[in-house]
Design a protein around this ligand. Structure first.
Ligand code: HAM
Length: 443
């Protein structure tokens, strides 16, 4: 075993896996553009306060999971555990409010000190969207529709379920919080340690407890739905009706509260049963108070984020990724290899994928080019006397070299400034490249 391993909970994304990540990201980005989003990239670290204030001191993500450190200037810095806080910080500090509504898309790594397991990493990747400046419940519907469209494009929409709930407006939440505290206070001694703390600071989060005994205790708690104001009910109904009109299946889950403190009204998660305990593929909701919390004017917001690591696990083997086909060039000497690199560079500059093999014998190189599903290979082979014995296109489908396609039985001495000298003639490499491109076009 090598002395240095990647840090627990982090991993190397090797080319085959990274290809899946890129394909997912491309689908997410393209569809976000179709829905009118523009990409934003905020720094990977922010002043710790940004996350502490935005996500709430009692959220697990802040109280237990942040990577926080003091930099050399004595500033308290946190690696971002999610994208919403940074996007909202940028919205305020960059003065984006004057262009409201803002529809922002982002992609990048996030960091949480969680217990690593399948689908849960300490460095993981999210793409997400945030809509700032729209209080219309149909903005929630449009966001969810984008999420559903992306999941459809990934062929995952039938492998997960949209669960949705409302946390209501401030008035609904306050009266529910009061009722919940009244119900749980006599049971305090039976609650888990985490839930005892939450009872003081953020009782709603107790509904989200993973502790089995907590779960039993809250089974009989008052129902959130009974405390919703008329406004909240109308808001939620508009969201659900909108989803129905768009044929997006959903299930109302009255216990869904989400782990971060900034939510109000709509909260939702697309959940799968295929990844064990880490079932949430994409999650989000409305956060009408967050901009104010981070020092901006009162501004409604709604959005979601999706865990790319989890999507990739589900997509592996299913996602059809178009692989670009190469032209392979097979050579057998330093001189022919040098010439191959000149030709390859010209093809690559015209946006063709070209493979030049630098080791192995001709047989192995041919095998490799077949394995890569090459259009064909260009063979540039010389003998001991630097005589070109084969300079043609080898076609896999009929197993023949189109001899003399370019030049054969000629001695070449050197290549200069894009031209090779074969015998005394100057062979124009551009015309060779053009011949290869013509063959690609008919292949
Ligand atoms: P979240 O539920 O904390 O929400 O994370 C969103 C998604 O990120 C999860 O559903 C999951 O797919 C993925 N995820 C979270 N933690 C991990 C992990 N440790 N390893 C792998 N994947 C993970 C948010 O982050 C909110 N900012 C979403 C949002 C945006 N709400 C409004 N706007």
């Amino acid at each position: 075993m090598s002395k240095y391993q990647s840090v627990r909970g982090t991993r190397d994304l090797l080319p085959a896996q990274k290809k899946i990540f890129r394909a997912i990201e491309a689908i997410a980005y393209e569809n976000s553009i179709n829905y009118g989003f523009g990409q934003i990239e905020t720094p990977i670290f922010e002043f710790s306060d940004v996350f502490h204030r935005a996500m709430g001191e009692t959220s697990d993500a802040v109280s237990k999971e942040t990577y926080t450190f003091e930099d050399r200037g004595g500033e308290k810095i946190t690696l971002r555990p999610e994208g919403t806080a940074g996007a909202v910080r940028a919205y305020v500090s960059e003065g984006l409010a004057q262009n409201n509504p803002n529809k922002l898309y982002y992609y990048g790594p996030m960091f949480r000190y969680e217990r690593p397991q399948k689908g849960r990493y300490r460095q993981f990747y999210q793409f997400g969207v945030e809509v700032l400046g729209l209080d219309n419940p149909l903005a929630d519907v449009e966001c969810i529709d984008l999420a559903y469209t992306i999941l459809k494009k990934l062929n995952l929409e039938t492998r997960c379920e949209l669960q949705i709930n409302t946390l209501g407006d401030a008035e609904s939440r306050n009266s529910y919080r009061e009722a919940l505290v009244q119900f749980l206070t006599p049971l305090r001694s039976q609650l888990s340690e985490d839930s005892k703390v939450r009872l003081e600071k953020n009782p709603l989060r107790i509904l989200d407890s993973k502790d089995e005994n907590d779960k039993k205790l809250i089974a009989n708690a008052p129902a959130m739905a009974d405390f919703m104001t008329e406004n909240t009910k109308v808001f939620f109904k508009t969201v659900l009706d909108g989803l129905t009109k768009l044929n997006i299946p959903f299930k109302v889950n009255p216990k869904l509260v989400r782990g971060l403190d900034y939510y109000c009204h709509t909260v939702f998660e697309f959940v799968t049963t295929e990844l064990g305990a880490q079932g949430a593929l994409l999650a989000g909701g409305r956060y009408d108070g967050l901009v104010e919390t981070l020092g901006g004017a009162k501004t409604p917001g709604v959005g979601w984020a999706s865990g790319v690591d989890r999507l990739a696990d589900l997509c592996a083997g299913h996602l059809v990724i178009e692989n670009k086909k190469p032209v392979s060039i097979i050579t057998n000497s330093t001189e022919t290899l040098e010439l191959a690199l000149v030709i390859a560079s010209k093809l690559r500059n015209q946006n063709h994928y070209c493979e030049v093999f630098m080791n192995g014998n001709i047989g192995r190189k041919t095998e490799k080019s077949k394995k890569l599903n090459s259009y064909f290979c260009l063979q540039i082979l010389s003998d001991q006397t630097n005589t070109l014995v084969n300079f043609g296109i080898f076609n896999f489908s009929n197993n023949v070299t189109i001899h003399n396609t370019i030049a054969k039985d000629r001695i070449f001495t050197k290549n200069i400034a894009g031209n090779i000298i074969v015998d005394e003639d100057i062979v124009n490499i551009n015309s060779i490249v053009q011949k290869v491109i013509n063959e690609i076009d008919v292949a």
